[in-house]
Design a protein around this ligand. Structure first.
Ligand code: APR
Length: 234
């Protein structure tokens, strides 16, 4: 089994900004204001504006899966074992590239959750305080189905089981700044998995990886997938 952790870097060449690079999202927005429960309670309109803009961008014609997303979908189709993608990203580019086995541990931009009845809905329109829930019809409680700082990521039990079982753990396009995702490579290595980092440049957690390939994801991810599938056929 291969477990792959992806971060913003895999979607960067599709036009989605990363968070901590020079022109990253957190250079122009305060995390506390738009990505914490406190910020949402203080100014829900600002939080809705932030995610409405990112949802519209994601749905715009220009935002498409890049060769890295497509290579991972090919790996899932052609590799003889199981491939699981754990993504920190809230975009749907893995799914649009054809990957089926994807866990969004930080939620999804194209879903909304009702805080009154807990229903989760597919959602492409803008969200606001006046938005009513399609199931309970209450309004004022619809929020992005996204995990903010100080909130518990989704699917953690399934993620931890997969990390304990995998023989190969690959980290793609993540700076390793945010926990618990940043601890996954060390957990996998401690359980005997081969660990590999594919990233634009070395990250602060690089010592945890047995191997690394540096460069743009659209180049290094297809190269790595070819090497895995070729070994299989070799
Ligand atoms: N190809 C490969 N890697 C890239 C590319 C690229 N084209 N562009 C950038 N990178 C790398 C950067 O070198 C960096 O290591 O992607 C990483 C992006 O790091 P961050 O911006 O910190 O994004 P990420 O690691 O996904 O952040 C994790 O933090 O703010 C929260 O919830 C948010 O899910 C996010 C989490």
């Amino acid at each position: 089994m291969i477990v792959i952790l992806t971060g913003a870097g895999i979607s960067q060449e599709s036009g989605i900004p990363t968070f901590r690079s020079a022109d990253g999202l957190w250079q122009n927005e305060e995390i506390d204001a738009v990505a914490t429960p406190r910020g949402y309670a203080r100014d829900p309109d600002r939080v809705h504006r932030f995610y409405n803009a990112r949802r519209r961008e994601l749905l715009s014609a220009g935002m498409r899966p890049n060769p890295a997303h497509k290579a991972l979908a090919r790996l899932e189709r052609e590799y003889e074992g199981r491939v699981l993608i754990i993504t920190q990203n809230i975009d749907n580019l893995h799914e649009r590239a054809g990957s089926l086995n994807v866990l969004h541990m930080h939620g999804e931009l194209l879903k909304a959750r009702c805080e009154n009845c807990c229903a989760v809905h597919q959602w492409e329109a803008d969200l606001g305080r006046e938005t009513s829930c399609p199931r309970c019809d209450e309004h004022g409680g619809m929020r992005p189905h996204i995990v903010w700082f100080q909130e518990m990521p989704f699917h953690m039990e399934e993620i931890e089981t997969a990390i304990m079982r995998c023989r190969t753990f690959v980290s793609i396009g993540t700076s390793g700044n945010v926990y618990p995702a940043a601890s996954f490579a060390g957990m996998a290595r401690a359980n005997g998995a081969m660990t590999l980092e594919l990233n634009l440049e070395p990250t602060q957690g690089q010592h945890v990886f047995h191997n690394s390939m540096h460069g743009p994801a659209s180049k290094v991810v297809p190269q790595w997938v070819d090497s895995v599938l070729f070994k299989k056929m070799g």
